[in-house]
Ligand binder design. Sequence first.
Ligand code: NZQ
Ligand code: ZN
Length: 384
Amino acid sequence: MLNFTFCNPVKIVFGKETIAELETLIPIEKYVMMVYGGGSIKKNGVYEQVKKALKHHDMVEFGGIEPNPLYETCMKAVEICRRDKIDFILAVGGGSVLDASKFIAASVDFDGEDPWEILVKGAEITSAIPIGSVMTLPATGSEMNSNSVISRKSTTEKFHFSSPLVYPQFSILDPETTYSLPERQTANGIVDAFVHVMEQYMTFDVNAPLQDRQAEAILLTLIEEAPKVKANPNDYNARANIMWCAAEALNGVISSGVPQDWATHMLGHELTAVYGLDHAQTLACVLPSLLRNRKNAKLGKLVQMGRRVFGINENDNEKGAEKTIGSIEDFFHSVGMKTKLSDYNIASGDAANKILERLSKRNAIYGEHEDITPDISAEIIKNC
Ligand code: NZQ
Ligand code: ZN
C-alpha cells in the first residue's frame, strides 16, 4: 500500500426532511449567500424548504449558475460577496452549484491579480468563506470533497482546483430531492460516480485489498440500484443508495493508499470545453476507449473487476479484460448513456486533432504511470 494522509471534515446530514436542519447548521449571526442554478430548486420544493429553515437568517440569493459553471458568472457573485461582506455560502443544487460556490468562496479574499490563477496556475489560496451545501444531484461527490471544476467562456477552457479550505462544513443529502431529476441527469450521476471509482481502482495492484473491495462495493451497488431507479424514479431506497454511493465514490476513502489515473476525466473536460457535452457523457465515451488503449497496463485489475463485479470467468486474461470493458459499455447503455462520440454527431478524428493541439501546448501527461502523452490521448479520443 502507498503512504497516505486521510482527513475528511465534512459533516453529512442524510435522509428525509433534513433540510430543516439548516436552521441550526448555519450560525444565526452569519450573513448568508444562497447560491443556486437555473431554477430546478424552485420546481421541486427545495427552495421553499431552504427559505423556511433560514427564515431568521440574513440572506441574499444568487441564482443562475449554469451546468459546467462559468468563471464569468462566479465573478459576479464574488463582487457581491465583497461588497456586502457575506460570510457564509450555502450551495443548493448539483455539482455545478457546489463547484461554483467553492470557487466563489476561494476568490473573495484571493490576494493575487485574478482568481482565474487559482485554476490555471494552481495559485495558492490562504482563506475561503465557509460553505455548506444541500446537494440535489448525486454524481460529482462535490458535497464531500475539496474539488471544484470551473469553465471559462471567453477561452473555452475547463480547469479544476482543490483545496482543503473549500470542503463544505456540512452537506445535507435528502434523497427525496432527487425524485425530480430528469432521466438524463440521473444517468449522468450514476455514470460519473461509476467512473470516479474506476479512476481510483482501475490502475495496478499495490496490495490494498480493502480499498479494492470498497471500490467494487460501490460499483456493484450502482449496478444493482440503477435499474430500480429507472423503473421507479420515486424509489426512496434506490435514490438513497445511489446518493451515498456518489459521495463515497469521491470523498478520499477509496483513493487512500492506491495509485490513481484520472486521464478519462482530463480528456472528458477537454471534450466538454470544445463540444459542450455533459460531463458524464464525455466519460462514457472516453473510458472504454482508454481501457482498450491501456489494456496491458491495467490487465490484472480488468480481469479482477470482470470476475468480482460482472461474474466473468474467462481463462484467457486478454479475453476476460475485453469482456469486462464490454460489460461496462453494456451497463452504461442500460442507464440510457451513449458511449460513442458519433452518437453526438462528433467526428472522433476531428476531436482528436483539436485535443492534440490543446494538450501539446500544455505538454499534458496523464495516467497512473504518467505515460499518456498528448499523442496517446489523441489516439484514445480517435477511438471514442
Ligand atoms: O441548474 P438547475 O436548474 O438546478 O438544474 C440542474 C442542471 O440543469 C439539474 N438538476 C440538479 N438537481 C436537480 C436538477 N433537476 C431536477 N431535480 C434536481 N434535484 O441538473 C442539471 C445538471 O446539473 P449539474 O450541477 O451541472 O450536474 P452535475 O452534478 O453532474 O455537475 C457537473 C459539474 O461538476 C463537475 C463537472 O465537470 C461539471 O462541471 N465535476 C465536479 C467534481 C468535483 N467537484 O469533485 C468531480 C466531477 O468529476 C466533475 O468533474
Ligand atoms: Zn466526474
